[in-house]
Design a protein around this ligand. Structure first.
Ligand SMILES: [Zn+2]
Length: 222
């Protein structure tokens, strides 16, 4: 008999309609908790496994080249270029094509290097990631170190400066996880291909997917 009573209580608990307002509040708090989790996960840069995880979790970036499609990208992160692992992606575009900031951030360094030519090192807000743009023909007028830039803002133009072939102008784009010292020249490269591909795929489905939904999806996938 007590078993029947217990079963009835369990049944009553299962079917008893919960207060919709409480339910809504519970959902909202769950969303914010998982958003925090994603943010925390993105900021954990210590173990290499966490870094790899960050590659798929963290940067919801815009494309540095407007209109580029996921199928046009080629993952060359592990290819050997000029005797070194490439650790970047090359996006082939005509010289003069605008290059855009992939996130809101700060222009940390403008640097002319033998290999990279005219380069930009952009830090994101918290200084977790550094985004590197190389072989630029030139910078946008007025660009300077310490300048705040916004996602989608033009910062330079595709070219073939440095060791790029003049016959094949392209944007060399890399993402680095910064260490605690946050040095622009020192970070751990993560493969930009899956990050870009995911951003482009999500972006093409709907340009108005709320950020919390993207975070939820990334959280579920991670
Ligand atoms: Zn390259």
């Amino acid at each position: 008999m007590w078993r029947l009573g217990l079963a009835l209580i369990v049944l009553a608990l299962l079917v008893y309609p919960r207060n919709p307002r409480t339910q809504q509040r519970a959902d909202t708090s769950r969303t914010s908790v998982s958003t925090t989790n994603v943010r925390l996960a993105a900021q954990q840069v210590e173990p290499s496994r966490e870094r790899a995880r960050s590659a798929t979790l963290a940067p919801a970036i815009a494309s540095p080249i407007q209109g580029v499609k996921a199928y046009q990208l080629h993952d060359s992160f592990n290819e050997i270029h000029h005797g070194h692992r490439h650790e970047a992606i090359d996006i082939m575009e005509p010289a003069g094509t605008p290059v855009r900031a992939v996130v809101d951030g700060t222009i940390q360094k403008l640097f002319l290097s033998k290999a990279g030519g005219n380069t930009i090192y952009e830090f994101d807000g918290p200084g977790t990631y550094c985004y590197y743009y190389a072989h630029l023909d030139h910078y946008v007028d007025g660009l300077h170190q310490g300048m705040r830039v916004f996602r989608g803002e033009v910062i330079g133009y595709v070219g073939s400066t440095g060791d790029a072939s003049p016959a094949a102008p392209h944007l060399h784009f890399a993402i680095y996880v910064l260490g605690p010292e946050r040095r622009w020249w020192k970070g751990t490269a993560i493969d930009p291909y899956p990050v870009l591909e995911r951003s482009l795929t999500l972006g093409s489905r709907s340009s108005s997917v709320p950020i919390y939904l993207i975070l939820e999806m990334l959280h579920a996938a991670g």
